[in-house]
Design a protein around this ligand. Structure first.
Ligand code: SAH
Ligand code: SF4
Length: 419
């Protein structure tokens, strides 16, 4: 089967689409009809947009793909409240997205409306290589195109609509590091937030990063756009070096410094994600360090029990320990939410389905990896920082990216210059 080389229509800026119509001598209202079919009706081929003349429909379908994630396999869990999608892209790359349904419930401060959140991927694989993450273990394949990012959301919205549900939130917490594919991620967000295109309020979009400081500063310079989430996992550099290898490039103080400036400039609170691993980053000393680091900041901490992943020796912290950490943070006035695991049966920590498809690594390789992690985390707990250089893949990804991530000056007093 030959690969589908057509660009995705959902990634095309409106002015490029208008130019395409003009060049071919079509009236501009035809572009509006196509847009209505693409965005309002969720069409997956121009052939289904009845308002367009047949010849034009064929011309559009020959030039563009209206659904770059057409090849999708679904798995349900949690009584249908979690739906995991494995998308095979035109070149065979596998990515994942997850739809989570949260029913409406009565809360102390009034009624909370139903939420339907889709967690989407920004890259196929990831170069950062966090050892507790299934995607990290897969390594990096490629950046997703703007359309491949947007089409995961359109696909989710269409599936929800079949069940009379409306998509309310988008989170970039699937495969990949969004800030290492920032141009496309920003284009995708522009399409999702545009009232004339997908039309989701930017307030309902969250971008999660493992701590790409120049990327965070670039977002800050753009002003308040969406919620920024930072995957912190540890407040101490020795431990974060192991859990998030990017920490050896941008350590805790730089990451939190950039996040703090972001909150100050945009007035929007930053979320911190802390995945809790039994006996590794859940000690009282870790809780104290986290509280000391974030006390007084405009932020919110999400504590997440680690989803077990095959190649690690680690498991989730027990819930009592997570509650103890939450209580410690709250004592210092830090807002905390404990996120229970969702869709563990379908491997909702993104990357797990794709990792399954990639096949089990050989037993000796898993054993070596586990041993290395035990040694590294034990050293980290003694406060020793790693001396080994970062993996070659990560170094290459960063070198490539520094060309694309100009650190623009931003009007913040005492902003440390990012490296
Ligand atoms: N690369 C970005 C966004 C994708 S990962 C980032 O790291 O922020 C999204 C979130 O899932 C991150 O907070 C990550 O730490 C978390 N995660 C990855 N693997 C996990 C696992 N096995 N259990 C729990 N959370 C996990
Ligand atoms: Fe990449 Fe995020 Fe997974 Fe780390 S947690 S490997 S940054 S996807």
């Amino acid at each position: 089967m030959s690969a589908d080389l057509r660009p995705g229509l959902a990634g095309l800026p409106p002015e490029s689409l208008a130019a395409w119509f003009a060049e071919r001598g079509h009236a501009s209202f035809r572009a509006r009809q196509l847009n209505a079919g693409l965005w309002a009706s969720g069409a997956t081929a121009a052939s289904s947009i009845g308002t367009l003349p047949a010849a034009l429909r064929s011309e559009i379908d020959a030039a563009f793909s209206l659904d770059t994630v057409a090849d999708t396999e679904l798995r349900l869990a949690d009584d249908g409240r979690t739906e995991k999608a494995l998308h095979r892209l035109a070149d065979g790359a596998l990515i994942e997205s997850v739809v989570m349904h949260y029913p409406a419930r009565r809360t102390a401060d009034g009624q909370q409306r139903e939420r339907n959140t889709v967690c989407i991927s920004s890259q196929a694989g990831c170069a950062v290589g966090c050892p507790f993450c299934a995607t990290g273990e897969l390594g990096f394949s490629r950046d997703l195109s703007t359309a491949e990012i947007v089409d995961q959301v359109r696909s989710a919205a269409r599936r929800l609509a079949h069940r009379d549900r409306r998509l309310t939130n988008v989170v970039f917490m699937g495969m990949g590091e969004p800030l290492l594919n920032l141009d496309r991620v920003l284009e995708a967000i522009a399409a999702l937030a545009d009232p004339d295109r997908f039309g989701l309020g930017a307030r309902h979009i969250t971008v999660s990063t493992s701590g790409v400081v120049p990327g965070i500063r670039r977002l800050t310079a753009l002003g308040p756009q969406f919620t920024l989430a930072v995957s912190l996992h540890a407040a101490r550099d020795s431990l974060r070096d192991v859990l998030v290898p990017l920490n050896r490039r941008w350590p805790v103080a730089e990451v939190v410094g950039a996040a703090r400036d972001h909150a100050r400039v945009t007035g929007r609170r930053v979320s911190y994600e802390v995945t809790l691993i039994d006996g590794v980053n859940d000690t009282d000393a870790d809780a104290d360090a986290l509280a000391g680091l974030l006390r007084g900041d405009l932020c919110h901490v999400n504590l997440i029990p680690m989803n077990p992943v095959a190649h690690t020796p680690w498991t989730a912290s027990p819930i009592e320990r997570i509650e103890r950490i939450a209580a410690r943070l709250r004592r210092d006035g830090i807002a905390v939410t404990i996120r229970r695991n969702r869709g563990q049966e379908v491997g909702a920590a993104c990357g797990q389905l794709a990792a399954e498809r990639a096949g089990e690594p050989a037993a000796p390789a898993v054993a070596r990896r586990r041993e290395l992690l035990v040694v590294r985390s034990a050293a980290a707990l003694r406060g020793e920082r790693m001396t080994e250089p970062a993996e070659a893949g990560l170094v290459a990804a960063l070198a490539h990216d520094e060309d694309r991530l100009p650190v623009r000056p931003i009007p913040v007093a005492s902003a440390p210059t990012a490296g």
